[in-house]
Design a protein around this ligand. Structure first.
Ligand SMILES: [Zn+2]
Length: 339
């Protein structure tokens, strides 16, 4: 008979076989198979949310999309406690980012751990699902003190800053590390992820290491033992001991220079930073929470499902649209299995 640990691991290994770029048929199939039966239907932006217990203080988050270039199934292999792509797989990444986070959340729900659970849509192309949640459902955040995204490489990080802005306090990071009883420490080097979208509404917004490495690339792998341990700790944790410290109405920058790591350097480059600049200087004129009416392009980008449904309601189908726009309908990458 399988132990509970082995059962969890098999459920994870089944899910990690699916490649599901946003908007692909494979993504829709994944949501229908793994998310809808647990969460019910998604909101307008494609986000799945569920509360267990009344007045949750913590939101546990992950995202449903992966950075695979083609949807379908992929071959994987497990060796030395690590899961990675099979050498013959033609896939461009494993997708532990964020299948691992989705898995931990599903296991916490299965174990009936109180909290709010959120699987956001379209994280990998700009945190679109979570941004929409904050925009339209901000009133539901009353009482939420923590957003804990299960979406970070490595073994040791509790993210305290994203792109140079503080989103969680160091005190909270130490508190959370203690509650999970894992070797986790405050890490200020986070990039933009879903939890960042909540930083102006919720006191402590963080991402926690889930034991994957090399995310977004063909060498990506996941440590299964770490995953098993973290899942167990997330289920058994005494969440009532978690405390919030940060004042979310105050914006605090980190002062380390932009040139520290590759990811940040390229992010800065795009916006035209000069070397030696600090995050404080770079971010001064840039407000990621900027609000205002959306352009047509932004609407199409943020609500593709709703707009596609509406066009179909108007009597247009994909072929009509292609004819109208002069697009050849037969050029997408294809939807294959077992490559
Ligand atoms: Zn991710």
């Amino acid at each position: 008979m399988k132990t509970e640990y082995q059962e969890r691991e098999s459920r994870f290994l089944e899910m990690i076989r699916t490649c599901r770029p946003d908007m692909s048929k494979a993504h829709a199939a994944f949501c229908a198979k793994y998310l809808e039966p647990v969460f019910g239907p998604p909101d307008l932006a494609g986000n799945y949310t569920l509360d267990i217990g009344a007045n949750p203080r913590a939101m546990f988050a992950a995202h449903s999309d992966t950075v695979h270039s083609v949807g379908g199934n992929q071959k994987i292999q497990v060796s030395g406690g690590m899961v990675r792509l099979h050498p013959k797989a033609k896939s461009n990444c494993l997708g532990a980012d964020c299948t691992t986070g989705v898995h931990i959340i599903l296991e916490m729900i299965r174990a009936n751990v109180p909290g709010r659970y959120a699987i956001f849509a379209t994280e990998e192309i700009g945190c679109i699902g979570s941004r929409d949640y904050v925009k339209r459902r901000a009133d539901e955040l009353a009482g939420i003190e923590f957003v804990i995204s299960l979406d970070r490489k490595g073994y040791n990080s509790i993210i305290t800053h994203q792109m140079g802005r503080r989103t969680a306090s160091d005190s909270f990071a130490f508190n959370l590390a203690g509650i999970l009883d894992l070797d986790l420490t405050p890490d200020p080097t986070g990039s933009y992820t879903d939890s960042n979208e909540f930083a102006r509404h919720v006191s402590e917004c963080t991402n926690v290491s889930v034991g994957y490495f090399g995310q977004h690339g063909p060498g990506e792998y996941q440590d299964l033992a770490f995953l098993g341990k973290l899942t167990e700790r997330m289920i058994r944790a005494d969440w009532s001991q978690l405390k919030a410290f940060r004042d979310h109405t105050v914006t605090e920058f980190d002062d380390w220079p932009l040139t520290v790591s590759k990811g940040k350097k390229s992010a800065g480059k795009k916006a035209g930073y000069s070397s030696g600049q600090s995050w404080r200087e770079f971010m001064r004129d840039f407000d990621p929470w900027e609000t205002g009416p959306m352009s047509m392009r932004e609407l199409v980008r943020d609500y593709p499902h709703a707009i596609a449904d509406w066009l179909e309601d108007q009597g247009l189908n994909a072929n009509d649209l292609c004819n109208e726009l002069g697009i050849s309908n037969g050029t997408r990458g294809g939807y294959g299995n077992g490559y």
